[in-house]
Design a protein around this ligand. Structure first.
Ligand code: GLC
Length: 726
């Protein structure tokens, strides 16, 4: 259908039909049992029964058969034959569960994230979904916020690269193609910066911080052709995003040229009343439509008030028509007018779900995500002693559980994901003894700890050669509405590690979590620590192979791990301040009396079973040939006898500018595999864009001056050269 046809269709629609297209409801409103629980509060909807058949889209209904039947019922009642658009939260996997995005970001491999999204799209499309509410690309600096698990971390550049990979993975060349989904980037904007790390709380960032940190990754999604944008619950410059004209009309549409529809987050239009910028339902509808929120998710202010607002001259019908046109154009772009089912196909769905290639991909992606934080001669396990002589203790609530899918996982069915099962599969000749394996119930259910079986655990594991502590947080205590003020392991988990350390045997902590945790209290009692995240279907297999040494850890942190929750926000790309702390015992500098400024583990950090040496660091100016101002390069050699992967990172620092600049900013990275003895020369072009910043005249600019150019293995371990670029 071409645009003229769309315009003709709009001209034939009644006001109620138009407002229905701008409303999204959960499937049970349309007579379908929801296959997922609601993802937000259920408020009074004031819906008239005759409106239901006009609704334009649903969220989180699944299943080829079920959605085809729903579409059939809808089309039979649609006067103008406008199909429903089926949307869903497919964030890190559909039937195949992939690692949480914070883990996939730690792989520093965009291609892996893209592959995970491509497989998720295929499975979701076969099950009748047309669009996914992903990627979430909110920049995060505060692990008290439960939704850090959905982000790829604290860096705008890395998040932008990962976001574009995700959009490519979901949409491919064209989301209309078979096995592809339209992608919806969220949550626009800066949802990841709530005061106190408390979900839904106030966000208040200067325009400079928005422009340089919080907005770039959404723009990257728009530049990658993302089909839709979702507004966030929070305020931006004191106006809730769903009613924020500056954000949507000025930035998203005028500056960035986005032409697709914007959808509110769950009941966010309704919440403009609660926020206090709409006095009532009618004002909420008017303000959000005028600001540019095209679709109202799970509230009904548009339907309830739209007709009166127009007839009373309070709202220009042209605003409603442009919103309807965007929605119809998205449906048209997906081919739904020709084929309202798109790819829904029961046979294909059955073939795809649990497909061995997808399971293999889940493993290949999961194996790249864990971050080895500490290893003092204990890992890999296959170096300790011959397998048939090895006695391994495994203790803690994540020993035997397969609930390792992470928040927002669609597939929560049981499977063979447990660590102990995978270890036994991979080391059949070793002896395994388990202890204190009771699961950690969620704080959401007021369960704060695992049962104290520490004494029994000490007795049972006394004769082991090595002890693995499988510890962490319940995945239901991560994700949405899962903010915490305490980031330590529960008391009995910490006490268990201390007691097992007292046996004088090596202790390896494996952390199952959706956020950086405050692990300082257990660090000294662990000989090794592996940040294991929630890795999805391949969790057990990937962690077992990494612990045993059948694979070599290669993840690098994309979010700093704090020494103390009191340091938060603690992130690598901070400003120097006028009184930087240099680690000396001095007063009147920016420091704490009771804690260091630096995180426990910094952005970009991660160990390997290999050892890499850096040499021949060099930076040279190149004039200004097509925007390239300099080149930096360094040699990396694997000086160990273990093949491994290293991620070389490029950082820059602008020494003096119109506004203060971060002490360093990631501007490039390269993950490379090196065989023992192999050397690679890694080079980066330094471009004008990399050196530009948002100035006082409210534009991105490049200023000649002195710049520190840095290359290294983490944000805290770089070689640096200062050059004048002008
Ligand atoms: C939730 C989330 C959002 C999700 C939406 C639909 O409240 O904030 O990420 O896509 O509702 O489930």
């Amino acid at each position: 259908m071409n645009s003229e046809k769309i315009n003709e269709l709009v001209s034939q629609m009644t006001i109620t039909e138009k407002l229905g297209q701008l409303t999204q409801l959960a499937p049970f409103f349309l007579g379908m049992d929801p296959t997922m629980d609601l993802t937000g509060p259920m408020n009074e909807m004031n819906l008239k029964p005759e409106w239901i058949k006009e609704v334009g889209s649903t969220l989180n209904g699944f299943g080829a058969r079920e959605l085809k039947a729903l579409q059939d019922r809808h089309m039979a009642n649609s006067r103008l034959g406008i199909p429903l658009l089926f949307m869903a939260d497919i964030v890190h996997g559909y039937k195949t569960g992939f690692p949480i995005p914070l883990a996939m970001g730690s792989s520093f491999e965009p291609a892996l994230y893209e592959r995970a999204c491509e497989i998720s799209a295929k499975e979701g499309a076969a099950s009748g979904i047309h669009l996914t509410f992903a990627p979430m690309t909110d920049l995060v600096r505060d692990p008290r916020w439960g939704r850090v698990m959905e982000s790829t971390g604290e860096d705008a550049y890395l998040n932008s690269v990962m976001t574009q990979a995700a959009v490519r993975g979901y949409q491919g060349q064209n989301p209309r193609d078979k096995g592809r989904l339209a992608s919806c980037v969220k949550h626009f904007a800066a949802y990841g910066a709530p005061w106190g790390g408390r979900d839904y709380n106030t966000v208040d960032q200067s325009e400079g911080m928005l422009r340089e940190y919080y907005l770039p990754a959404y723009k990257a999604a728009v530049d990658a052709g993302v089909a839709m944008v979702m507004t966030s619950f929070n305020t931006v410059k004191r106006v809730p995003a769903s009613a924020n004209k500056w954000l949507m009309r000025d930035v998203l549409r005028e500056e960035w040229g986005f032409e697709g529809p914007v959808i509110s987050d769950y009941a966010a239009v309704d919440e403009t009343i609660t926020h206090g910028i709409a006095a009532d339902s009618a004002e909420a509808a008017r303000k959000c439509l005028e600001a540019g929120t095209d679709i109202e998710m799970m509230s009904s202010h548009y339907l309830v008030n739209g007709e009166a607002l127009v007839s009373e001259g309070k709202l220009d019908i042209a605003i409603i028509d442009e919103a309807v046109r965007r929605v119809l154009e998205l449906k048209n772009a997906l081919g739904l007018f020709e084929n309202p089912y798109k790819d829904a196909d029961e046979a294909w769905e059955a073939e795809l779900l649990n497909h061995p290639e997808h399971k293999r991909a889940a493993y290949e992606i999961a194996i790249e995500c864990p971050v080895l934080l500490k290893n003092e001669g204990v890992l890999p396990l296959n170096n300790l002693k011959p397998e048939d002589k090895l006695k391994i203790g495994v203790a803690g609530p994540f020993t035997g559980t397969d609930r390792v899918m992470g928040s927002w996982a669609v597939n929560r069915e049981s499977g063979d994901r447990s660590l102990i099962q995978a270890l036994r599969n991979q080391m059949p000749q070793a002896e395994f003894i388990t202890a204190m394996t009771g699961e950690l119930g969620p704080l959401q259910a007021d369960i704060t700890d695992v049962p104290d079986e520490i004494d029994a655990a000490v007795e049972r594991l006394r004769d082991c050669d090595v002890i693995i502590a499988a510890v962490g947080e319940n995945s239901e205590d991560t994700g949405e509405s899962a903010s915490k003020t305490i980031l330590r392991l529960s008391g009995n988990q910490e006490r268990m590690i201390h007691a097992l350390h007292g046996l004088g045997k090596p202790v390896v902590a494996v952390l199952f979590c959706g956020r950086p945790m405050e692990i300082g209290p257990i660090l000294a009692d662990c000989d090794a620590v592996l940040q294991g995240w929630f890795l999805g279907d391949a969790s057990g297999a990937a962690l077992a192979d990494l612990l045993i040494g059948k694979a070599n850890p290669s993840g690098r942190l994309t979010m700093s791990i704090p020494v103390s929750v009191g340091q938060i926000p603690v992130h690598y790309n901070a400003f120097r301040t006028g009184r930087p702390y240099r680690g000396l015992h001095e007063r009147y500098v920016s420091r704490y009396l009771d804690c260091d400024n630096e995180p426990l583990f910094p952005f970009g950090y991660g160990l390997s079973y290999s050892e890499f040496a850096y040499s021949d660091f060099m930076v040279e100016k190149t004039g200004n040939s097509d925007g390239v101002l300099a080149k930096a390069r360094i040699s990396v050699t694997n000086i160990s006898n273990v093949p491994g992967k290293e991620t070389v990172q490029l950082y820059i620092h602008d020494v003096a500018a119109q506004v203060v600049r971060p002490v360093k900013e990631l501007k490039g990275f390269r993950k490379l595999e090196l065989q023992p003895g192999e050397t690679a020369v890694v080079s980066f072009e330094i471009t004008k864009e990399m050196l530009s910043y948002w100035n006082e005249e409210r534009e991105f600019c490049f200023e000649p001056g002195a710049f520190d150019i840095m290359l290294g293995r983490s944000s805290a371990d770089v070689e640096s050269t200062r050059i004048w670029i002008g």
